[in-house]
Write a protein that binds this ligand. Sequence first.
Ligand SMILES: NC(=O)c1ccc[n+]([C@@H]2O[C@H](COP(=O)([O-])OP(=O)(O)OC[C@H]3O[C@@H](n4cnc5c(N)ncnc54)[C@H](O)[C@@H]3O)[C@@H](O)[C@H]2O)c1
Length: 251
Amino acid sequence: MKRMLVTGSSGLIGSEVCSYFHAQGWAIHGVDNNSRATFFGPSGDTRWNQQRLQAELKHFRHHELDIRNRAGALALIGELKPDVIVHTAAQPSHDLAAKIPFDDFDTNAVGTLNLLEAARLSAPATVFVHMSTNKVYGDAPNELPLVEQAKRWDYASPGDFDGITEHMRIDQSKHSLFGASKVAADVIVQEYGRYFGLKSCCLRGGCLTGPNHSGVELHGFLSYLIKCNLEGKQYNIYGYKGKQVRDNIQT
Ligand SMILES: NC(=O)c1ccc[n+]([C@@H]2O[C@H](COP(=O)([O-])OP(=O)(O)OC[C@H]3O[C@@H](n4cnc5c(N)ncnc54)[C@H](O)[C@@H]3O)[C@@H](O)[C@H]2O)c1
């Protein structure tokens, strides 16, 4: 069986990657240490999703590893020599990053470097897929012209309908500390491809959602909105006259 290592396997995107490729016949090795609960408290806890994968997927194995653990990452990747690494483990919140700048950068930037270097040293044939974000463009996308509709804002130019072009600048833009740590990761993933020849790529998603998100106020808004609705909690809306700006993508 082909082997895939998925970091952040108990999270929204990682768990969907595990299920999807397991169904295609891959053996899946998940890496997650439930940092989401440390970041966001008990409502961010992802153990339920880890246990779901362990119960549902016959060829899934969980590895309790912190990607900041450089030696641990090297040992695991050296042992598994995966055909593909899909890297989705991260501190994912813009607002939280400002409160925990070292944890944010150590996880998003240094954690990514740990995995890349481990792959280069011990599994150089691996394909390294990095879950980046449109936040690498900072607030530059906010300059794209919008048209106000009754309940939402749409892009004014048809050229923007399919997403933000990769030609958008990343300089002269405010990123949040989260965006900055993700830029560092994104650029270094590209560099391991161009400089070292590792087969790497960055996917710059935005506003992903799905039933397997452990939604909290600071991350995973749609999941959190439904939670508030079910639990009768107040939901606060910020900016843009309370109207939706971006589409959400189901994982
Ligand atoms: N959800 C979105 O809308 C969205 C949009 C664009 C990009 N992304 C990116 O996709 C990736 C995954 O996002 P998500 O929404 O699935 O987040 P998530 O928080 O649901 O999943 C991330 C997982 O990584 C784990 N993790 C965090 N730090 C770790 C560490 N040090 N060691 C091991 N595991 C660790 C967490 O416990 C969590 O289970 C992130 O890189 C995020 O920036 C997400």
